[in-house]
Design a binder for this molecule. Sequence first.
Ligand SMILES: *Cc1c(COP(=O)(O)O)cnc(C)c1O
Length: 223
Amino acid sequence: MSISENLQKIKSKLPGQVCLVAVSKTKPNAAIMEVYQAGQRVFGENKAQEMLAKYEALPKDIKWHMIGTLQSNKVKYIAPFVDLIHSVDKEKLLKEIDKRAKANKRIINCLLQVHIADEESKFGFSAQELLQLVYSGNLGKYENVRIVGLMGMATNTSDESKVTVEFQSLNQLYKKLKSEYFTEEGNFNILSMGMSQDYPIAIEQGSNMVRIGSSIFGSRNYP
Ligand SMILES: *Cc1c(COP(=O)(O)O)cnc(C)c1O
């Protein structure tokens, strides 16, 4: 199947309220343009400089989402244009995003990444760290950052019940924060969970944003 056929097939399986982020990391501009021409406008990248190069070369109505671990010293590359950062995993990073957003006279939308998998390799706040940060009141200091939801990655396993429980726990945390802290209507609305391998389970568990790469673009040689 072609890339655009893959895209159509996935879109036909997504409920209307679920936003698709086409994860184009490592893929060439020509492949991105094929997906763009099939109507897709939201793309995800995991490296700041690669995202910047693609932003400069490709149509300006693309919404670029940063989904990978972001080092503070790389925020400057994407701050002028990034649409959503999924991978905020430290308060220090939030501080830097706020500073760069201010310098660009923007407010940058961010998700807090939560570590739900039992793999060390995945980044993010633990549920407890996240609650501590939120209830510390410190988030209010970052006036040029808007926290709009949570992101998480499940363990890479074929054990579907394990993946289900992990996504469920993230959804519970999301609902708790939405009802107890981020109560302003319309501000905290994104639950980003699900990739090629596990997005149907993520949607069952309440995801409204999925990040799909290999099922659209084909497999990658490196992560
Ligand atoms: C690479 C990546 C994806 C997409 O993975 P696929 O298995 O190719 O769909 C999703 N989320 C994050 C954070 C990623 O790094």
